[in-house]
Design a protein around this ligand. Structure first.
Ligand SMILES: Nc1c(NC[C@H](O)[C@H](O)[C@H](O)CO)[nH]c(=O)[nH]c1=O
Ligand SMILES: CC(=O)[C@@H](O)COP(=O)(O)O
Length: 160
C-alpha cells in the first residue's frame, strides 16, 4: 500500500503497549531541518500521547542522514534506551548522491537492528521533491514521525 492510501498519523491506542516505563532515544538529522523538525514533533507528540514521560525522551542531533547509523550506535552504547528513532529527510538533487545516502543510511540502520538488542526505527523520508516530504511530515499524508514512534513503542515491548 502506498503512503498515498494510508494516513501515517492514524493509530489505535488500544493496540499499543503501556509505554510509561520505557526510555526512547531520537536521533535527528539537521539536513532539511524544516522536515526533520516536523517528523520529530510528530514522534514526540505520539510518545507523550501514549504515556511516555517527557523526561524519558532523549534527543541527539547529527549533521545528515548518513550520520544517523553512527549517532544511533553511539546512543545505544552509552545511554539507557529501550528503542531509538532515526529521523532524516533525503531529497533528490541533481546527482546520484541521493541514491548513495539513502541506501547507506537504510543499510546502516538495518545492520544496527541485526547487531544490537535495541530496536532502531527507520524514520527517514526519501523523497523526489520537497512537497512529497512536506506531505509526509505533518501534511496531507500525515506524519512519518508519528508512525515511527508507535513502531518504537511496539518494538520496545516485543517479547516483554
Ligand atoms: N543531501 C542530503 C544529505 N546529504 C548529507 C549526508 O547525509 C552527509 O551528512 C554528508 O554526506 C557528510 O557525510 N543528507 C540528508 O539527510 N538529506 C539530504 O537531502
Ligand atoms: C541527497 C543529496 O545529497 C542531494 O540532495 C544533494 O544534491 P545534489 O545531488 O544536487 O548534489
Amino acid at each position: 500500500m502506498a503512503t498515498a492510501n494510508k494516513n501515517l498519523s492514524v493509530y489505535d491506542k488500544t493496540t499499543i503497549p503501556n509505554a510509561k516505563n520505557f526510555r526512547f532515544g531520537i536521533v535527528v538529522s539537521e539536513w532539511n531541518s524544516k522536515i526533520t523538525e516536523g517528523l520529530y514533533q510528530g514522534a514526540v507528540d505520539a510518545l507523550l500521547d501514549c504515556g511516555v514521560p517527557e523526561g524519558n525522551i532523549l534527543r541527539w542531533d547529527v549533521p545528515g542522514s548518513f550520520e544517523l547509523p553512527f549517532g544511533c550506535k553511539k546512543m545505544i552504547a552509552t545511554q539507557q534506551v529501550d528503542a531509538v528513532v532515526a529521523i532524516g529527510s533525503v531529497i533528490q538533487g541533481e546527482t546520484k548522491h541521493f541514491d548513495f545516502v539513502c541506501s547507506a543510511t537504510a543499510q546502516g540502520i538495518m545492520e544496527l537492528n541485526v547487531q544490537s538488542d535495541i530496536p532502531v526505527i527507520f524514520c527517514v523520508l526519501t523523497d523526489n521533491t520537497m512537497q512529497q516530504a512536506v506531505d509526509r511530515s505533518g501534511g496531507k499524508h500525515g506524519n512519518k514521525g508519528t508512525e515511527a514512534a508507535i513502531a518504537a513503542i511496539k518494538m520496545a515491548a516485543l517479547g516483554r
